[in-house]
Design a protein around this ligand. Sequence first.
Ligand code: BDR
Ligand code: CA
Length: 320
Amino acid sequence: AQKLILDVDTGTDDAVAIMLAALHPAIDLVAVTTVNGNVGVQHCTDNTLRVLDHIGRSDIRVYEGADRPFVRRGVPVINRYEDGGEKYHPEELPVPPARSKKADKTAVEFLIETYRAATDPIVLMPTGPLTNIAAALAADPAFVKRVPEIIIMGGGYAFGNVTATAEFNFWADAEAAARVLNAGFEKLTLVPLDATHEALMTYADCDRLGALGTPAGKATADIVGFRIGVHDKFQKMGEHGGSAPVHDAVCVAYLIDRSVLSTTRYFVEVETASPLTVGTSIVDTQARSGGRPNTDLALHADARRFVDILAETFARPHGA
Ligand code: BDR
Ligand code: CA
């Protein structure tokens, strides 16, 4: 099986990504690291532990990471869609409290030590702000060469979801995102909003997953149903109602089946200076900058294949 480390800010879509990675037989989920993002890092850690317990994978260790951005000190966690108590990412996911505890080491210590000792290739998949990865790069100059492949959920070519042009993960720690894209990873795939918004899930998809009757199927139906409700209310971008992207899970589906995304090689940078466009991914589609392509950029996704992968994986008996 393909070894994987997920770096998450759980987060509703992160939760679906974790379940898919933990339950698919082609993936060996080595560990999960957490980062400040959708909610404060302690909540991200707790939610991650809850999800793993719920599907019977409390054997997978969880390492807590950064509680604030890499450079900026003033940027708080934003749960921007707060409205009468309703949040885009609830602080506690709708699964029972965790029985297991986080590991003692920090996320960055774990990442550096694990890649240093690795004998098999381990894919790294950050689906939150890139703070832990930037910190690992800064602490260990050899880290970049030890990661054979990194698949990142972040950025948006055609549009943003926090500002007009910036996507949340890049916006929440723009300096970290810029460092990671510039670091020189051997194989870096970027999964931006353009792709994840082509893989929208609907209430009918939730019904299909819920009907599987398994812990992961039912939890995903609940979580995605909640996402659709909030997305319709706060974030719909010209899309039909009754659907929502489940960004982070698309990245895991791509690791399972590379036909889920189609990619093109480009030079991509992240804006860190302009107040208007901070956190924006700048894609050099016309090769104007002279920068060497550093990214396999996924601009399109196969929605049907994505949902089929979730349904096939969550149908297998598992967990509590
Ligand atoms: C990304 O930001 C977070 O809200 C989601 O979990 C996802 O990783 C989408 O912009
Ligand atoms: Ca996320």
